[in-house]
Design a protein around this ligand. Structure first.
Ligand code: SIN
Length: 486
């Protein structure tokens, strides 16, 4: 099944041999299925020299790409969008095999990824400038927005499709050329997107991929090269800080989507059906491996016991199984390091007095599977309060007052997403304005959308992706002062 449906997507980069896809040339590294450890493919192991060559090609391709009209670039993006949707099932299968998420979620991600391409195909045509009233009659002042130039992108494994499209589509739409280094855990979905972009007619050097295991060498090259005018990265805060420091010397524009530590607050006046539904989505999507997953579940004292009881019942309904199995809702985690981190956080919480109400250990479905877990009685001093869990563990904490909930929610260097549930309109405005986060879900656990700005404050990053702002991130404003008009 893998061989046949995936073939057209991988063939430009790999060939089928001895039960797996093999890189056509040079050194390669293995890509395995986290559900069972089996070898799926080997992919070209590129490094600094290949990244440098890709940047040189992108730089050379820039004038012709910038010379195209917005309408021409939009048409190419539109065709790419259509091809992604035409291949939704094959792309989803590829994603489930290399990343682990259940097929239904993978299909959803392909549609979500495609929505960014469609959105930016449309927005590209609306990259307006301004006419500014001048202070004297002999001048006319205006601004135009121009593509920033060559962009380098480093993308994560948790959304192997959408985190690429939401960087590549606005970059191309704005008239930039882009070189992407995808995660070495999930390069196949990335290569498949390149195949479809080529089929759509997007020129080879305008959108390139550098696959490799030596992320540091490729990252160093991206940061140090003065031809790269913007670096866009989704991943951990420590790596983001390093990339930002390394890019200082060439004063690049940065787009950083970094770690989160999302509070999910349920007030006494919440609609509990709605809150539980939102919580299950915000906590267990992608087995808890998203930057905006509910990390600290803060529940007001009056409803604490009820919420915990209902959460335990809902968690019992989750189905842990390989993502290709019908009905699977929780797949494997990405690698052993991820599982070990979850184990450490759970052990620390239990040692400091948390109560285990469900799960708590690896699941018998395979080495990288973890049982959906509920921990109650979480306290401030537990490591789980400060660290992104990135696994299927719901950590529940009790609070008494609104002020306490806001203080706990903001007590972190992170500021990506927050969620809260209340039916009181005054409280809704009060709390929404006081939460120090880039995104706030109010009576809603699923906030991601191509039309809305995704991004964080504090150490969760800089810049926004998606929405009208996402396109502007790939542009520079040029001010034109037309004088001597008499
Ligand atoms: C992420 O985890 O960074 C992406 C989540 C999303 O786009 O919904």
């Amino acid at each position: 099944m893998f061989h046949a449906s995936i073939a057209p997507l991988l063939q430009p980069f790999c060939h089928w041999q001895d039960g797996a896809w093999r890189a056509t040339t040079g050194l390669s590294f293995p890509v395995t299925n986290p559900a069972d450890g089996s070898l799926l493919a080997t992919v070209a192991d590129q490094g600094g020299p290949e990244a440098e060559a890709a940047i040189a090609r992108a730089h050379a391709a820039l004038p012709a790409w910038q010379a195209k009209s917005a309408k021409e670039r939009a048409a190419l993006l539109r065709r790419w969008f259509e091809l992604i949707l035409e291949h939704q099932d094959a792309l989803a299968l590829l994603m489930t095999l290399e990343q682990g998420k259940p097929l239904a979620e993978a299909r959803g991600e392909v549609a979500y990824g495609a929505s960014y391409v469609e959105w930016f195909a449309e927005e590209t045509k609306r990259l307006y400038g301004d006419i500014i009233p001048a202070a004297s009659g002999d001048r006319r002042l205006l601004t135009i927005k121009q593509g920033i130039g060559v962009v380098a992108a480093i993308t994560p494994w948790n959304f192997p499709n959408a985190m690429i499209t939401r960087k590549v589509a606005p970059a191309l739409g704005a008239g930039c050329c882009i070189v992407v280094k995808p995660s070495d855990e999930t390069p196949l979905s990335a290569l498949a997107l390149v195949t479809l972009a080529r089929q759509a007619g997007i020129p080879d050097d305008v959108f390139q991929m550098v696959t490799g295991q030596n992320a540091a060498a490729i990252g160093d090259l991206f940061c140090g090269d003065p031809r790269v005018r913007k670096l866009t990265f989704t991943g951990s805060t420590p790596v983001g800080k390093r990339l930002m420091a390394q890019s200082a010397n060439t004063v690049k524009k940065m787009g950083l989507e970094l770690g989160g530590n999302a509070p999910f607050i349920i007030f006494d006046d919440a609609d509990l059906d709605m809150a539980l539904k939102g919580l299950m989505l915000a906590k267990f999507r992608n087995a808890g491996q998203t930057c905006i997953c509910a990390n600290r579940i803060l529940v007001q004292a009056g409803i604490y016991e009820t919420v915990v009881e209902r959460l335990v019942a809902a968690v019992a309904g989750l189905n842990v199984a390989p993502g290709t199995e019908a009905g699977a809702t929780i797949g494997p985690l990405i690698n052993d390091k991820a599982v070990a981190k979850v184990e450490t956080l759970v052990a620390d919480a239990l040692a400091k007095g948390a109560t285990l109400l469900a799960g708590g250990e690896r699941h018998s479905a395979g080495e990288l599977f973890f049982q959906p877990t509920v921990l109650a009685n979480i306290q401030r001093e537990m490591a789980i309060f400060d660290h992104e869990i990135f696994g299927p563990v719901a950590a529940v904490m009790r609070f008494e007052s609104e002020a306490e909930a806001i203080a706990l929610a903001n007590d972190t260097p992170f500021g990506l997403a927050a969620y809260f549930y209340s039916q009181n309109m005054s409280r809704i405005w009060r709390v929404a304005e006081r939460l120090e986060y880039g995104m706030v879900g109010i009576n809603e656990g699923g906030i991601s959308s191509e039309v809305a700005p995704f991004g964080g404050v504090k150490e969760s990053g800089v810049g926004r992706e998606g929405s009208k702002y996402g396109l502007e991130e790939f542009t520079e404003i040029k001010y034109l002062c037309l004088g001597g008009l008499g």
